[in-house]
Write a protein that binds this ligand. Structure first.
Ligand code: NAD
Length: 337
């Protein structure tokens, strides 16, 4: 059994912990948090040993009536691998800790690509992570773009990608984010940083991205234009995507017109936390004009990186090849709407 530590038990960390628990070859050794809050209480309720991420604040947990298993150092020392799911920039500060205990580490998309040996997307470059000490699971947006670009590159070749990312202002729990009543070019500079991030997965890709932020919390929306190296029929692209396990093609008959109904569907389907691990591509939007492909896709920012973290654990430790790992992760989580 792979003993997994999770440092940072927030939006991503708690989802990764639940997903690890569902794997036949993994165990949650413990989760680390900086302070007691509702998520700390839930971790205890779920039976995850809770470790104090910051020694000076460890007393706060006892004061809140929460039992601590020990300092985060004990957890890192005992683990086979650590998933760092702390806020952007904190992962970089934690790198020294992981090196001190010689524990391989996964970081999240908020960290710089320069921090790690390789950036990771299971569908696109699984093998690059094998044996690496520091691996970054790319952001929700980069994951969503990579899953679409990988099959297109393999099947047709990609000349150029142009994507406009309409980004949610904050996650549902982020009460300090916005905008509340505005539409922001964000970042206002063009191209946005997202394109170079996708290039950490595909080194010879030509991609330009533009970003916006809107008053929404549920999902991101991508408007995508890919210039392929050959003229392709839209129906052929639909078939190609239908074979991809982490691409959900929203059929016209479902009458899902946006991220609100998508989340409603996920709730009706009994998904934990209404998570949608797959890219949600509107099937009708898949169109071609000559060699230009167009589509709209919704990306559930809080969960699409979760199966990627699970696969990255196996990739780093050399426990399975890409196909085996993706299949196990998909089956155990119930991926495939
Ligand atoms: P979050 O704020 O929801 O959770 C982070 C958790 O880490 C919190 O519980 C916080 O208390 C804890 N923490 C803070 N400092 C810590 C420390 N020193 N040691 C241990 N724990 C600490 O953040 P999140 O949204 O889960 O984001 C985590 C990472 O995942 C970031 O790199 C982010 O960019 C990336 N990411 C986030 C999303 C998203 O939509 N939320 C999507 C993809 C990737």
């Amino acid at each position: 059994m792979i003993q997994v530590a999770i440092n940072g038990y927030g939006t991503i960390g708690k989802r990764v912990a639940d997903a690890v628990r569902q794997q036949p070859d993994m165990e949650v050794l413990g989760v680390a948090k900086t302070r007691p809050n509702f998520e700390a209480e839930t971790a205890i309720d779920k039976g995850f040993p809770l470790y104090a991420a910051i020694e000076e604040r460890a007393d706060q947990f006892a004061e809140a009536g929460l039992e601590i298993a020990g300092p985060v150092e004990d957890l890192i020392d005992a683990a086979d691998i650590v998933v760092d799911a702390t806020p952007s920039g904190i992962g970089a500060e934690n790198k020294e800790l992981y090196e001190e205990y010689d524990t391989p580490a996964l970081y999240q998309g908020g960290e710089d690509a320069a921090l790690v040996d390789t950036s990771f997307n299971a569908r696109s470059n699984y093998e690059d992570a094998t044996g690496a000490d520091h691996v970054r699971v790319v952001s929700c947006n980069t994951t969503g773009l990579s899953r679409v670009i990988a099959p297109l590159r393999e099947e047709y070749g990609v000349e150029k990608v142009r994507a406009t990312l309409v980004r949610r202002g904050g996650d549902p729990g982020q009460t300090n984010r916005g905008p509340i009543n505005d539409i922001l070019p964000n970042p206002v500079t063009i191209p946005s940083h997202h394109g170079p991030d996708v290039e950490t997965i595909f080194d010879d890709l030509d991609i330009d991205t533009l970003g916006m932020k809107v008053p929404a919390t549920l999902m991101h929306m991508h408007s995508l234009n890919v210039t392929l190296e050959e003229e392709v029929d839209a129906a052929e692209v639909r078939e190609l995507f239908a074979d991809e396990s982490r691409l959900f093609l929203i059929p016209e008959r479902m009458d899902i017109d946006g991220s609100g109904k998508l989340k409603e569907y996920a709730m009706d389907a009994g998904r934990p936390r209404a998570d949608i691990w797959e890219n949600c591509i509107w099937e009708e939007s898949i169109s071609t004009v000559g060699s230009d492909l167009y589509l709209f896709q919704g990306i559930h920012q809080e969960s699409d990186v979760v199966p990627e973290n699970i696969d990255a654990i196996r990739a780093v430790l050399g426990e399975a090849d890409a196909g085996e790992s993706i299949e196990t992760t998909n089956e155990t989580l119930g991926i495939g709407l």
